[in-house]
Write a protein that binds this ligand. Structure first.
Ligand code: KIV
Ligand code: ZN
Length: 514
């Protein structure tokens, strides 16, 4: 039997730190359920000290997840650790992940602390976390640029204080595989009590090397990899879970370890994360991109037809690519609807809530006869968004678009001022709609991105629109889905406006936040 490689998913924490990717409590719970079906070992659910909302989101994930370990991030500060411990109280298995920066530049410029003070904070933090759980992870932030002697000193001390996992983050994505692998090996050799803890890695993708660096570390003894679905994460993102997992499985001959992942859940989970965050997956993305298993060139097709392995090293079905499965239709009853949603990990807190969502499903099934899992997920995202305290809501939209005429839009929005009407002309129906909405809400934000994807195939498919807005350096993503893409676009714009109006989350790693 080979060693187990622990898959630690941080989509809900580091993934969420990606500008525009913030998630609501219910969205986090839906993703956590999907991660549990994927059978990841640890779900990092968030940073409970950030706000009451973040605390409640971690708490909700801790309650909803049955088997998987749920982890909360905490700076090496007593109040953060107590908050994480409290949020995780109801988790079946709880982990506290505490961190403090150890690179000369971070200690000097960000923390304004000496190495000895940093070490003392780290030890105190780990001891405090052990009051809440036996499962404590410690990260020396910016380890990729830290001095090795200091890393050895601090890691030895935190193991002594009770840390059970030592995570080596390449916070700024500076490392390269051979060097990072060698660092892991030397740390394991030099730290006298290294055998008392599991070594983990957490690599960022600034040089496009996050997966390569993580795998180099695995070859040198790391037995936990921190990663995210679709490689979501700060700046260029984190190591992509699907790539790590499939590399270890496909190249068993190279990696001396195994994972316990249900790979058929990879694509559904990837689609869910993309739907909820509004970060589309590029078509040529490994494993989860739409073209990852498409063989278009005639020569490849011929090869594949004769013998699959000629051009394929993995099977599409193995990672969850199946033809869209029609799960429900116009004649499906309430019980079938409820049962399918239960399978997707969605439970309703009341009959009234179920009835409201069921009615939305019926409306959709009237317009679109075949309703797939992806449609249900988009519908749930929309209902969830409405349930949050929405300040602006779409009441009605009318657009006119005619050859030779200037497109125009008229919109009625429900706002704190009651129902407000706005009208505008634009270069197209979508542009006119956005201008009409802006005439009411006046956010004066800048549109950074507008993208449309069809959720499933066919002209009756729902269009899923992502709108990214920026105001004063703050970036938010809004999503909307509808069988009419102009309406989907208006919903996405309004969703982004609501996020701009919501309070901003605290980031655990920025200077000033220690
Ligand atoms: O990138 C990083 O250093 C982190 C730490 C909080 C582990 O995300
Ligand atoms: Zn990170």
């Amino acid at each position: 039997m080979t060693d187990k490689l622990i898959i630690f998913d941080t989509t809900l924490r580091d993934g969420e730190q990606s500008p525009g990717a913030s998630m609501t409590r219910d969205e986090k719970v839906r993703i956590a359920k999907s991660l549990e079906r994927l059978r990841v070992d640890v779900i990092e659910a968030g940073f409970p000290a950030a706000s009451q909302g973040d605390f409640e989101a971690v708490q909700a994930v801790a309650r909803a997840v049955k088997e998987t370990t749920v982890c909360g991030l905490a700076r090496a500060l007593a109040q953060d650790i107590d908050r994480a411990g409290e949020a995780l109280k109801e988790a079946r298995r709880a982990r506290i992940h505490t961190f403090i920066a150890t690179s000369p530049i971070h200690m000097r410029q960000k923390l304004r602390m000496t190495p000895d003070q940093v070490l003392e904070h780290a030890v105190e933090a780990v001891k405090r976390a052990r009051r809440f759980t036996d499962d404590v992870e410690f990260s020396p932030e910016d380890a990729g640029r830290s001095e090795e002697d200091f890393l050895c000193r601090i890691l030895e001390a935190v193991i002594e204080a009770g840390a059970t996992t030592l995570n080596i983050p390449d916070t700024v994505g500076y490392s390269v595989p051979e060097q990072f692998g060698a660092t892991l090996r030397r740390l394991r050799e030099r730290i006298p009590n290294a055998d008392k803890a599991i070594f983990s890695v957490h690599c960022h993708n600034d040089l496009g090397l996050a997966v390569a660096n993580s795998l180099a570390a695995v070859l040198n003894g790391a037995r936990q990899v921190e990663c995210t679905i679709n490689g979501l994460g700060e700046r260029a993102g984190n190591a992509a879970l699907e790539e790590i997992v499939m590399a270890v499985i496909t190249r068993k001959d190279v990696f001396p370890c195994h994972v316990d992942i249900d790979t058929r859940e990879i694509v559904p989970c990837s689609k869910l994360v993309s739907n909820i965050t509004g970060f589309p997956v590029q078509p040529n993305k490994a494993i989860v991109g739409a073209n990852a298993f498409a063989h278009e060139a005639g020569i490849h097709q011929d090869g594949i037809l004769k013998h699959r392995e000629t051009y394929e090293i993995m099977r599409a079905e193995e990672v969850g690519w199946t033809a869209n499965r029609m799960v429900l239709g116009k004649h499906s009853g309430r019980n079938a609807f409820k049962a399918r949603l239960l399978e997707l990990g969605v439970e309703f807190s009341s009959e009234a809530e179920l009835n409201a969502v069921f009615q939305r499903f019926k409306d959709l099934a009237d317009k679109k006869h075949e309703v797939f899992d992806e449609d249900l997920q988009a519908l749930l995202t929309e209902v969830g968004v409405e349930a949050e305290d929405e300040r602006v809501k779409l009441v009605a939209l009318k657009v006119c678009s005619e050859t030779g005429k200037v497109p125009c839009a008229q919109v009625t929005l429900r706002t704190e001022r009651g129902e407000v009407y706005g009208a505008a002309e634009g270069s197209g129906a979508v542009d006119a709609s956005f201008r009409a909405i802006e005439a009411v809400v006046a956010t004066q934000s800048q549109l950074l991105l507008y993208s449309v994807n069809n959720i499933t195939t066919g002209t009756d498919a729902q269009g899923e629109v992502t709108v990214r807005l920026e105001k004063g350096g703050r970036i938010v993503n809004g999503q909307g889905a509808d069988t009419d893409i102009v309406i989907a676009s208006a919903k996405a714009y309004i969703n982004a406006v609501n996020k701009l109006l919501a309070p901003q989350k605290m980031h655990p790693q920025v200077p000033g936040n220690v």
